[in-house]
Design a protein around this ligand. Structure first.
Ligand code: GYE
Length: 330
């Protein structure tokens, strides 16, 4: 017990010494309900929303790992709106939290609020999604997936599947939230790979905002406008699942008449893959909580952390999904 207290004191001292917001720990915001001594770290986390199965799993991971790490978490849900996230970050600055973590809804428009956090000496950690700020000193590190790579993996599968095809392959694309890093990067990675062969034609591409409802709505419109769709590439499982409803509603067979590739590999997506309704899923792990807490402690202890921490992930075929499903965590 004594050892533990000493370790916490040491973290606090170091944080003060390097200006990592240490002086704010003692009186910063509401004290933690339990075990909240002077050295409890307070983290303000500004989440994107609750738009998908991925997001729900991510929120759970962040909340559970904060608890396990003894970090007092202040959590907010921006309902997919940048203005709400900016408000949440400003309120964390006012509350003098020790560290701010957030998953930026879109890539641009963050410089002002990040400068405010920097001026208040509160370190910021980006999780899941990136910002396009030129000034890299505005945040300590960025933890999350390589979305370009995910898009490439989706494209590579398609290229292999249609290797012997000589005619056109008509693709429709359901993009994620407009302006978000995963939508931009999953689109460009995919386009780069399929662009090498002119038979691959993206005949329609529109945002479905990463939700099931929007995925269905946009796919309905695609089906009406294009009777000849061969492939659907959806930037996440949820939009793909919504699109499956639209495809079935139009009297077509998902996975057969229209081949489907999605990204994430959450349980519902994996189930649809195992059932043959989706053909391939590129994994994107939402379980970022433990690494985030670890990085926050290191940053506050004045340790150097890498600028970029990339999540490791894989891909799933229908057979692989059947095997993985029983032990899937999310
Ligand atoms: O793929 C999608 C979610 O930013 C990686 O956001 C995340 C994406 C994820 O809504 O399902």
């Amino acid at each position: 017990m004594f050892k533990k207290i000493m370790a916490l004191v040491a973290v606090g001292v170091l944080a003060t010494a390097c200006g990592g917001g240490g002086e704010t720990t003692a009186d910063g915001g509401a004290p933690a309900a339990s075990g909240g001594g002077d050295s409890t770290i307070t983290m303000g986390f500004a989440q994107v929303g609750a738009e998908s199965g991925w997001r729900t799993a991510n929120t759970k991971s962040v909340q559970e790992s904060a608890k396990a790490a003894g970090i007092d978490l202040k959590f907010s849900d921006a309902q997919q709106k940048q203005e709400n996230q900016i408000k949440a970050i400003r309120s964390y600055i006012q509350q003098k939290v020790d560290v701010i973590a957030f998953s930026p809804v879109v890539e641009s428009g963050w410089d002002t609020v990040l400068q405010e956090a920097k001026a208040a000496n509160i370190p910021v950690i980006l999780t899941d999604r990136a910002v396009d700020s030129a000034d890299k000193t505005l945040y300590k590190t960025f933890l999350g997936s390589d979305f370009v790579e995910e898009g490439k993996k989706a494209g590579q599968w398609l290229v292999e599947q249609y290797a012997s095809e000589t005619g056109d392959v008509n693709i429709v694309e359901l993009q994620g939230t407009t302006g978000s890093a995963p939508a931009n990067d999953r689109k460009s990675g995919f386009a780069e790979v399929i662009g090498a062969d002119p038979k691959f034609k993206v005949i329609a591409s529109q945002s479905g905002d990463f939700t099931r409802a929007k995925g269905k709505e946009v796919m309905d419109a695609f089906l009406k406008a294009h009777p000849d769709i061969d492939v659907l590439y959806a930037h996440n499982d949820d939009m793909g699942l919504g699109a499956i409803e639209a495809i079935e509603g139009a009297g077509k067979v998902p996975g057969k008449d229209i081949k489907i590739i999605t990204v994430d590999a959450v349980k519902d997506g994996m189930q649809a893959l195992a059932d043959g309704k989706i053909n391939y899923i590129v994994e994107c792990s939402p379980l970022l909580g433990p690494q985030l807490m670890d990085l926050a402690k290191k940053v506050l202890a004045g340790e150097t952390v890498p600028d970029r921490v990339v999540t490791e992930e894989t891909t799933f075929t229908q057979e692989q999904a059947k095997q993985a499903l029983p032990t899937r965590q999310y």
